[in-house]
Ligand binder design. Sequence first.
Ligand code: IPD
Length: 270
Amino acid sequence: SAPTPQELLTIAVEVARDAAATAHRMRAEGVSVAATKSTATDVVTAADRAVERQVLGALRARRPGDAVLGEEYGAGKTGPAAEDGVRWIVDPIDGTVNYLYGLPYCAVSLAAEVGGEVVAGVVRNVVTGEEWTATAGGGAWRDGERLRCSTETDLGQALVATGFGYDAGRRAHQARVVAELIPHVRDIRRMGAAALDLCLAAEGRVDAYYEKGLAAWDLAAGGLVAREAGLLVTGLSGRPPGPDLVIAAPPALFEPLHTRLAALDASGGP
Ligand code: IPD
Protein backbone atom coordinates (compact mmCIF):
# COMPACT_ATOMS: atom_id res chain seq x y z
CA SER A 1 0.00 0.00 0.00
CA ALA A 2 1.08 3.62 -0.50
CA PRO A 3 3.19 5.06 2.30
CA THR A 4 1.55 7.70 4.49
CA PRO A 5 2.78 11.30 4.44
CA GLN A 6 4.13 10.76 7.96
CA GLU A 7 6.15 7.72 6.85
CA LEU A 8 7.59 9.70 3.95
CA LEU A 9 8.38 12.64 6.23
CA THR A 10 10.27 10.37 8.64
CA ILE A 11 12.48 9.22 5.77
CA ALA A 12 12.86 12.77 4.44
CA VAL A 13 13.98 14.09 7.83
CA GLU A 14 16.59 11.35 8.30
CA VAL A 15 17.98 11.83 4.83
CA ALA A 16 17.98 15.65 5.04
CA ARG A 17 19.80 15.63 8.41
CA ASP A 18 22.60 13.47 7.03
CA ALA A 19 22.73 15.60 3.90
CA ALA A 20 22.94 18.82 5.90
CA ALA A 21 25.73 17.32 8.00
CA THR A 22 27.70 16.57 4.84
CA ALA A 23 27.14 20.07 3.49
CA HIS A 24 28.22 21.55 6.81
CA ARG A 25 31.37 19.44 6.97
CA MET A 26 32.30 20.22 3.37
CA ARG A 27 31.81 23.94 4.06
CA ALA A 28 34.20 23.73 6.98
CA GLU A 29 36.77 22.01 4.76
CA GLY A 30 36.60 24.89 2.25
CA VAL A 31 34.40 25.37 -0.75
CA SER A 32 34.92 26.54 -4.30
CA VAL A 33 32.95 26.79 -7.50
CA ALA A 34 32.97 23.48 -9.38
CA ALA A 35 31.08 24.70 -12.46
CA THR A 36 28.64 27.31 -13.67
CA LYS A 37 25.18 26.50 -15.01
CA SER A 38 22.80 28.92 -16.75
CA THR A 39 25.06 31.98 -16.34
CA ALA A 40 28.48 32.86 -14.90
CA THR A 41 26.92 33.57 -11.47
CA ASP A 42 24.73 30.43 -11.39
CA VAL A 43 27.27 28.27 -9.63
CA VAL A 44 27.46 24.71 -8.43
CA THR A 45 29.93 23.62 -5.78
CA ALA A 46 31.36 20.17 -5.21
CA ALA A 47 29.10 20.05 -2.16
CA ASP A 48 25.92 20.53 -4.22
CA ARG A 49 26.87 17.45 -6.20
CA ALA A 50 28.14 15.36 -3.31
CA VAL A 51 25.06 16.12 -1.21
CA GLU A 52 22.67 15.29 -4.03
CA ARG A 53 24.51 12.01 -4.71
CA GLN A 54 24.26 11.16 -1.01
CA VAL A 55 20.53 11.93 -0.97
CA LEU A 56 19.91 9.83 -4.09
CA GLY A 57 21.81 6.92 -2.55
CA ALA A 58 20.01 7.21 0.77
CA LEU A 59 16.59 7.32 -0.92
CA ARG A 60 17.43 4.40 -3.19
CA ALA A 61 18.52 2.33 -0.18
CA ARG A 62 15.26 3.05 1.66
CA ARG A 63 12.77 3.22 -1.24
CA PRO A 64 14.33 1.63 -4.32
CA GLY A 65 11.27 1.94 -6.55
CA ASP A 66 10.71 5.68 -6.18
CA ALA A 67 11.48 8.35 -8.78
CA VAL A 68 13.72 11.29 -7.92
CA LEU A 69 13.98 14.78 -9.37
CA GLY A 70 17.11 16.64 -8.27
CA GLU A 71 18.58 20.05 -9.02
CA GLU A 72 22.02 18.82 -10.04
CA TYR A 73 21.29 15.50 -11.72
CA GLY A 74 17.73 16.12 -12.96
CA ALA A 75 15.53 13.05 -13.21
CA GLY A 76 18.37 11.28 -15.00
CA LYS A 77 19.12 8.37 -12.74
CA THR A 78 15.62 7.05 -12.07
CA GLY A 79 12.49 6.42 -14.09
CA PRO A 80 9.38 8.58 -13.90
CA ALA A 81 7.03 8.07 -10.98
CA ALA A 82 4.29 5.52 -11.51
CA GLU A 83 0.83 7.07 -11.56
CA ASP A 84 0.29 6.80 -7.82
CA GLY A 85 3.97 6.35 -7.10
CA VAL A 86 6.32 8.42 -4.98
CA ARG A 87 8.63 11.04 -6.47
CA TRP A 88 11.22 12.80 -4.34
CA ILE A 89 12.23 16.36 -5.17
CA VAL A 90 15.72 17.34 -3.99
CA ASP A 91 17.51 20.65 -3.73
CA PRO A 92 20.83 19.57 -2.19
CA ILE A 93 21.80 23.15 -1.29
CA ASP A 94 19.28 25.93 -1.76
CA GLY A 95 21.08 29.22 -1.38
CA THR A 96 24.26 28.06 -3.08
CA VAL A 97 25.69 31.59 -3.27
CA ASN A 98 25.23 32.06 0.48
CA TYR A 99 26.88 28.68 1.00
CA LEU A 100 29.81 29.76 -1.14
CA TYR A 101 30.25 32.96 0.89
CA GLY A 102 29.72 31.34 4.27
CA LEU A 103 26.45 33.15 4.96
CA PRO A 104 24.22 31.19 7.34
CA TYR A 105 21.18 31.05 5.05
CA CYS A 106 21.31 27.89 2.99
CA ALA A 107 19.39 24.66 3.29
CA VAL A 108 18.77 21.13 2.16
CA SER A 109 15.25 20.86 0.74
CA LEU A 110 13.59 17.46 0.30
CA ALA A 111 9.95 16.78 -0.58
CA ALA A 112 7.90 13.69 -1.44
CA GLU A 113 5.13 13.75 -4.02
CA VAL A 114 2.46 11.08 -4.34
CA GLY A 115 0.41 11.12 -7.53
CA GLY A 116 1.91 14.53 -8.39
CA GLU A 117 0.94 16.21 -5.07
CA VAL A 118 3.56 17.18 -2.51
CA VAL A 119 2.58 15.36 0.70
CA ALA A 120 5.68 15.71 2.88
CA GLY A 121 8.60 18.11 3.00
CA VAL A 122 11.57 19.11 5.10
CA VAL A 123 13.85 22.15 4.84
CA ARG A 124 16.94 22.09 7.04
CA ASN A 125 19.28 25.05 7.45
CA VAL A 126 22.77 23.68 6.90
CA VAL A 127 24.43 26.18 9.27
CA THR A 128 21.96 26.77 12.11
CA GLY A 129 20.32 23.33 12.11
CA GLU A 130 16.83 24.86 12.19
CA GLU A 131 14.43 22.41 10.60
CA TRP A 132 10.97 23.00 9.14
CA THR A 133 8.66 20.12 8.27
CA ALA A 134 5.14 19.67 6.95
CA THR A 135 2.78 16.94 5.83
CA ALA A 136 -0.32 17.51 3.74
CA GLY A 137 -3.12 18.12 6.22
CA GLY A 138 -0.77 17.66 9.19
CA GLY A 139 0.42 21.22 9.68
CA ALA A 140 3.77 22.95 9.49
CA TRP A 141 6.35 22.67 12.24
CA ARG A 142 9.74 24.03 13.23
CA ASP A 143 11.71 21.98 15.71
CA GLY A 144 8.52 20.63 17.28
CA GLU A 145 6.58 23.89 17.30
CA ARG A 146 3.42 24.30 15.20
CA LEU A 147 3.63 27.25 12.81
CA ARG A 148 1.11 29.89 11.81
CA CYS A 149 1.67 32.58 9.23
CA SER A 150 1.51 36.32 9.91
CA THR A 151 -1.79 37.96 10.82
CA GLU A 152 -0.79 41.27 9.21
CA THR A 153 -3.61 42.76 7.14
CA ASP A 154 -1.98 45.94 5.76
CA LEU A 155 0.37 45.51 2.80
CA GLY A 156 1.98 48.82 3.78
CA GLN A 157 3.12 47.17 7.02
CA ALA A 158 4.24 43.92 5.41
CA LEU A 159 7.83 42.70 5.22
CA VAL A 160 8.05 40.97 1.86
CA ALA A 161 10.78 38.55 0.83
CA THR A 162 11.72 37.94 -2.77
CA GLY A 163 14.55 36.60 -4.87
CA PHE A 164 16.20 37.07 -8.23
CA GLY A 165 17.14 34.65 -10.98
CA TYR A 166 20.58 34.31 -12.54
CA ASP A 167 19.80 35.70 -16.01
CA ALA A 168 20.73 39.39 -16.47
CA GLY A 169 17.57 40.28 -18.40
CA ARG A 170 15.36 38.60 -15.84
CA ARG A 171 17.18 40.35 -13.01
CA ALA A 172 16.66 43.74 -14.64
CA HIS A 173 12.91 43.10 -14.87
CA GLN A 174 12.79 41.80 -11.28
CA ALA A 175 14.62 44.92 -10.10
CA ARG A 176 12.02 47.15 -11.80
CA VAL A 177 9.22 45.24 -10.05
CA VAL A 178 10.95 45.67 -6.68
CA ALA A 179 11.50 49.39 -7.33
CA GLU A 180 7.77 49.86 -7.92
CA LEU A 181 6.67 47.66 -5.05
CA ILE A 182 8.93 48.98 -2.31
CA PRO A 183 7.01 52.24 -1.67
CA HIS A 184 3.91 50.16 -0.91
CA VAL A 185 5.35 47.71 1.65
CA ARG A 186 7.22 47.98 4.96
CA ASP A 187 10.37 46.70 3.29
CA ILE A 188 11.84 44.06 1.01
CA ARG A 189 14.20 41.24 1.96
CA ARG A 190 16.41 39.33 -0.50
CA MET A 191 18.03 36.72 1.68
CA GLY A 192 19.07 34.24 -0.95
CA ALA A 193 17.33 30.90 -0.46
CA ALA A 194 13.79 30.44 -1.69
CA ALA A 195 13.05 27.34 0.40
CA LEU A 196 14.03 29.19 3.58
CA ASP A 197 12.09 32.30 2.55
CA LEU A 198 8.93 30.16 2.34
CA CYS A 199 9.67 28.66 5.76
CA LEU A 200 10.19 32.10 7.30
CA ALA A 201 6.84 33.18 5.85
CA ALA A 202 5.32 30.09 7.47
CA GLU A 203 6.17 31.46 10.91
CA GLY A 204 5.64 35.15 10.23
CA ARG A 205 9.35 36.07 10.33
CA VAL A 206 8.48 37.67 7.00
CA ASP A 207 4.87 38.43 6.14
CA ALA A 208 4.87 37.30 2.51
CA TYR A 209 7.11 36.14 -0.33
CA TYR A 210 7.03 36.24 -4.11
CA GLU A 211 9.44 35.30 -6.88
CA LYS A 212 9.50 34.64 -10.59
CA GLY A 213 11.58 31.79 -11.95
CA LEU A 214 11.50 29.17 -9.20
CA ALA A 215 12.20 25.57 -10.13
CA ALA A 216 10.30 22.64 -8.66
CA TRP A 217 13.12 21.88 -6.18
CA ASP A 218 13.12 25.45 -4.82
CA LEU A 219 9.38 25.32 -4.18
CA ALA A 220 8.32 21.78 -3.29
CA ALA A 221 9.14 21.43 0.43
CA GLY A 222 8.97 25.11 1.42
CA GLY A 223 5.71 25.55 -0.47
CA LEU A 224 4.07 22.79 1.56
CA VAL A 225 5.43 24.26 4.82
CA ALA A 226 3.97 27.66 3.83
CA ARG A 227 0.56 26.25 2.84
CA GLU A 228 0.29 24.19 5.99
CA ALA A 229 0.99 27.34 8.03
CA GLY A 230 -1.96 29.09 6.42
CA LEU A 231 -0.42 31.01 3.53
CA LEU A 232 -1.99 30.97 0.09
CA VAL A 233 0.67 29.76 -2.35
CA THR A 234 -0.33 30.39 -5.97
CA GLY A 235 0.69 31.84 -9.30
CA LEU A 236 -0.96 34.81 -10.96
CA SER A 237 -4.71 34.90 -11.62
CA GLY A 238 -5.56 31.58 -10.00
CA ARG A 239 -2.81 29.66 -11.75
CA PRO A 240 -0.80 27.17 -9.73
CA PRO A 241 2.55 28.39 -8.39
CA GLY A 242 5.40 27.74 -10.80
CA PRO A 243 8.23 29.27 -12.80
CA ASP A 244 6.06 32.21 -13.95
CA LEU A 245 5.43 33.37 -10.41
CA VAL A 246 5.08 32.12 -6.87
CA ILE A 247 3.16 34.28 -4.43
CA ALA A 248 2.99 33.11 -0.81
CA ALA A 249 0.85 35.41 1.30
CA PRO A 250 -1.47 35.20 4.29
CA PRO A 251 -5.12 35.37 3.17
CA ALA A 252 -5.51 39.04 4.21
CA LEU A 253 -2.43 40.14 2.27
CA PHE A 254 -2.96 37.99 -0.77
CA GLU A 255 -5.34 40.20 -2.72
CA PRO A 256 -3.40 43.48 -2.34
CA LEU A 257 -0.06 41.81 -3.09
CA HIS A 258 -1.46 39.89 -6.04
CA THR A 259 -3.02 43.06 -7.46
CA ARG A 260 0.29 44.95 -7.24
CA LEU A 261 2.31 42.11 -8.74
CA ALA A 262 -0.16 41.65 -11.60
CA ALA A 263 -0.11 45.40 -12.36
CA LEU A 264 3.71 45.34 -12.36
CA ASP A 265 3.79 42.34 -14.70
CA ALA A 266 5.86 40.43 -12.15
CA SER A 267 5.47 37.22 -14.15
CA GLY A 268 6.54 38.90 -17.39
CA GLY A 269 9.92 39.67 -18.85
CA PRO A 270 12.57 37.12 -19.78
C1 IPD B 1 18.27 29.98 -5.73
C2 IPD B 1 17.90 30.61 -4.42
C3 IPD B 1 17.59 32.08 -4.57
C4 IPD B 1 16.48 32.30 -5.57
C5 IPD B 1 16.83 31.66 -6.90
C6 IPD B 1 17.16 30.18 -6.72
P1 IPD B 1 19.98 27.91 -5.63
O1 IPD B 1 18.49 28.58 -5.58
O2 IPD B 1 16.78 29.95 -3.87
O3 IPD B 1 17.16 32.66 -3.36
O4 IPD B 1 16.29 33.69 -5.73
O5 IPD B 1 15.68 31.79 -7.74
O6 IPD B 1 17.54 29.63 -7.95
O7 IPD B 1 20.53 28.19 -6.99
O8 IPD B 1 20.77 28.57 -4.57
O9 IPD B 1 19.72 26.45 -5.34
